[in-house]
Design a protein around this ligand. Structure first.
Ligand SMILES: NC(=O)C1=CN([C@@H]2O[C@H](COP(=O)(O)OP(=O)(O)OC[C@H]3O[C@@H](n4cnc5c(N)ncnc54)[C@H](O)[C@@H]3O)[C@@H](O)[C@H]2O)C=CC1
Ligand SMILES: O=C([O-])CC(=O)C(=O)O
Length: 354
């Protein structure tokens, strides 16, 4: 019996170098993902989806409240990832320590009649808190925000990370996947095909006219009239408001957002894991246009963004829509930068006064 066991060990030892030569060694790594805002409307279904991802070793759930129950519940799901719960500001650093991917859905959602920009005061401070903690606890992590107003939140986080000397433009993302998911779904409905078969670039930002679907590059070719392009573009741009209205004061999109964020997180993880063919759209620091944050197609890899693939080919009407949206997007970016600067200045004054 002993010799049988010994022979197997020997055999396995001999086989190891061969496996390495074949490129199997470390072919699947395991990552720690932290969800901040984990007991919220998006946080819970998102955490459930991430718990099922085979690339995840550890899932850290952070929220201000109710997170222990969500964690206990989720920990009974029979998949590999272990689950740890962290509550309150005092446990944020522990939740983040050693995380390779941090996804943030912490923050207030809209109520009917509100714009996303009106969430800046409430949610801007959360972005500052999370980015500050990330800069100290896991500065090399890929940091992906869901929190609105996304067009301002990503610039806020970048200001904080710059101030903390932890800014890497290839590691900071605003998740715009839901805009692509909606575009696929609405176009597929219109053309009576499977949404999985539709591919369309959606560029810009994540609010109203800053969400720009590029119908001229739709695959398969969009079969419709100019009026159809207009009305579908409007529906994609206002789809968030459609859900806010339907939920009638009980929040905004949660399930479709969880689906979209889980998809995006999986792409980040596959990039980290060495997959070289992952392309996703996200709102990032960018020099593709003269607007400093912009969503385009990105090639992902082991350190986040490997390459910004830039603008798709644009038709004349799409060029015009792009030019029109730029000042709108710029206003939200400036609002975010001003917000961050004023809070960071306050912090510095307080530190000097101590
Ligand atoms: N990027 C996108 O496409 C989308 C963004 N959103 C945005 O996502 C955010 C979250 O939406 P929901 O989950 O529906 O809201 P929710 O109110 O259901 O959940 C938010 C969670 O964040 C937690 N939270 C608040 N402050 C926190 C802090 N400092 N640290 C940790 N946790 C904190 C709350 O306790 C709550 O559990 C909103 O800002 C919403 O506008 C929503 C849909 C789509
Ligand atoms: O509309 C909102 O407030 C939430 C959101 O960003 C979306 O659903 O696209």
């Amino acid at each position: 019996m002993l010799s049988f066991a010994f022979n197997w060990t020997k055999l396995l030892q001999r086989r190891q170098p061969n496996l390495a030569l074949l490129g199997f060694q470390n072919s699947v790594r395991n990552y720690k993902v932290t969800v901040v805002g984990a007991s919220g409307g998006i946080g819970q279904p998102l955490s459930l989806l991430i718990k099922q991802n085979p690339l995840v070793r550890e899932l850290a759930l952070h929220d201000l409240a109710n997170v222990a129950g969500v964690g206990a519940d989720l920990s009974h799901v029979s998949t590999k990832a272990t689950v740890e719960s962290y509550a309150g500001d005092t446990e944020l650093m522990d939740a983040l320590r050693n995380a390779e991917v941090v996804v943030v859905s912490a923050g207030l959602p809209r109520k009917p009649g509100m714009t996303r920009d009106q969430l800046l005061g409430a949610n801007g401070s959360i972005a500052i808190k999370v980015a500050t903690a990330v800069s100290a606890a896991c500065p090399d992590a890929l940091l992906a925000f869901i929190t609105n107003p996304l067009n301002s939140i990503v610039p806020i986080a970048s200001e904080v990370l710059k101030a903390k000397k932890a800014f890497d433009p290839n590691r900071l993302f605003g998740i715009t996947t839901l805009d692509l998911v909606r575009a696929k779904t609405f176009i597929a409905d219109f053309m009576n095909i499977n949404p999985q078969d539709v591919n369309i670039p959606v560029i810009g930002g994540h609010a109203g006219t800053t969400i720009l679907p590029i119908f001229s590059q739709c695959k398969p070719d969009f079969q419709g009239r100019d009026e159809d392009v207009k009305s579908l573009t409007h529906r994609i741009q206002e789809a968030g408001t459609e859900v806010v209205k339907a939920k009638a004061g009980k929040g905004s999109a949660t399930l479709s957002m969880a689906f979209s964020a889980a998809y995006f997180v999986n792409s980040l993880l596959r990039g980290l894991n060495g997959d070289e063919n992952i392309i996703e759209y996200a709102y990032v620091a960018s020099n593709v246009t003269d607007v400093p944050f912009f969503s385009t197609a990105l090639l992902l890899g082991p350190s986040g963004i490997t390459k910004n693939l830039g603008l798709p080919c644009l038709r004349e009407d799409e060029e015009e829509a792009l030019e029109k949206m730029k000042p709108v997007l710029m206003q939200s970016i400036e609002a975010g930068i001003d917000f961050a600067t004023s809070i960071l200045c306050e912090e510095m004054k307080k530190a000097v006064a101590k």
